[in-house]
Design a protein around this ligand. Structure first.
Ligand SMILES: C[C@@](CO)(OP(=O)(O)O)[C@H](O)COP(=O)(O)OP(=O)(O)OC[C@H]1O[C@@H](n2ccc(N)nc2=O)[C@H](O)[C@@H]1O
Ligand SMILES: Nc1ncnc2c1ncn2[C@@H]1O[C@H](COP(=O)(O)OP(=O)(O)O)[C@@H](O)[C@H]1O
Length: 303
């Protein structure tokens, strides 16, 4: 018997970053939107814990116990005093080290899949607690939709969204390390006061209204200068998307994936086409948001 869970990527429509805390993390006002690029995580009982991964970026995914999916299985098993012996297979479509929470998606997916496979009966609150231990972005991968993340991003308040937003994502030629981008943020902030991060009222109103123009005017990412400082070529990708008619162009989270908000599907396809021939990125995808969080898929009918 196997259980498969589908988990979406995310884009940060606002990422306000405070000063470094004593524990090295940063307080955030992190407005997450789940978007329709998915990893699928399948767990099957096995003699020992083992991880496999397939997909275009599979060679960059660690297959040992540092993989967030393996860590999720170990954490849940530990809580329920059982062995974590499962084969975790990740069908990976979310770019690796791209600022779209792919590893977090796999952590949340494996947690939900193991929970269903083992019938632990863990409450939603318990699962969210384990997610927060795994990483700041992992709770959002479980819940999906749209949410404001405070604290280091793990304290979630669900947000109402009044429509569907059309996005284009440009994948970069290489990844960026999240800790390195936060370190660069700290370096760039040296000698100046970093304000407390707060969610933008106009941005929350734009989400609630489903108003793409208003959302485009309010989108912001405090990590963008740091990501561009480490990866200056992204400036060309952002410019190419803007020139092709995107309403907004922004680095997704810590990057280096760049995200382009468009008014509708036709305009998303046009921006995607222009980016594909721009020579400024490795791959281009179109996706909508918000979409549901981690979801157990019904087993396919077998013959
Ligand atoms: C920046 C964001 C925006 O959503 O995502 P990505 O762009 O990486 O996907 C997140 O804050 C990433 O969350 P996640 O990838 O889960 O990070 P974690 O594993 O918790 O932390 C990795 C490292 O990032 C830094 N970190 C992370 C979160 C935070 N609020 N402050 C930090 O300073 C710390 O250096 C930490 O050691
Ligand atoms: N299941 C996983 N998928 C991808 N990366 C993982 C996974 N587990 C651990 N990692 C590690 O986490 C790093 C960040 O990956 P990822 O979550 O894809 O990016 P980001 O934090 O930018 O959204 C990777 O470089 C890899 O070393």
């Amino acid at each position: 018997m196997s259980v498969t869970v589908r988990v979406p990527a995310k884009v940060n429509v606002q990422l306000a970053v405070g000063a470094a805390r004593p524990d090295g993390f940063h307080d955030l006002a992190n407005v997450f939107l789940a978007v329709g690029l998915y990893d699928e995580v399948t767990v099957t009982p096995a003699d020992e814990l083992r991880v496999t991964c397939a997909g275009p970026d599979a060679d960059q995914v660690p297959l040992d116990r540092t993989n967030l999916a393996a860590r999720a299985a170990i954490a849940l098993a530990g809580r329920y005093g059982r062995s974590p012996d499962v084969h975790v297979h990740i069908a990976k479509d979310i770019p690796v080290a791209g600022g779209m929470a792919g590893g977090s998606a796999d952590g949340a997916g494996a947690l939900l899949a193991c929970d269903a496979l083992w019938g632990t009966g863990a409450s939603r609150a318990e699962l969210l607690e384990i997610c927060a231990e795994l990483g700041s972005d992992v709770p959002f991968s479980l819940v999906g939709g749209a949410a404001l993340g405070t604290g280091r991003g793990e304290v979630l308040t669900p947000l109402e969204v009044g429509g569907t937003f059309h996005w284009v994502f440009a994948m970069a030629a290489r990844g960026l390390s999240t800790p390195a981008v936060f370190r660069e943020f700290d370096r760039l902030a040296e000698g100046r006061d970093v304000p407390e991060p707060v969610a933008s009222r106009p941005l929350l109103d734009a989400l609630a209204a489903g108003d793409a123009d208003a959302l485009a005017a309010a989108v912001s990412n405090d990590l963008q200068p740091a990501a561009l400082s480490l990866f200056p070529e992204l400036t060309d990708t952002l410019a190419a998307g803007r020139a092709a008619g995107a309403l907004a162009a922004v680095v997704s989270g810590s990057g280096p994936t760049t995200a382009f908000l468009t008014r509708d599907l036709a305009s998303a396809e046009a921006v995607a086409g222009a980016l594909r021939v721009s020579g400024t990125c490795r791959a281009v995808r179109v996706a909508v948001g918000p979409v549901a969080g981690a979801t157990v898929l019904e087993p396919a009918a077998s013959g």
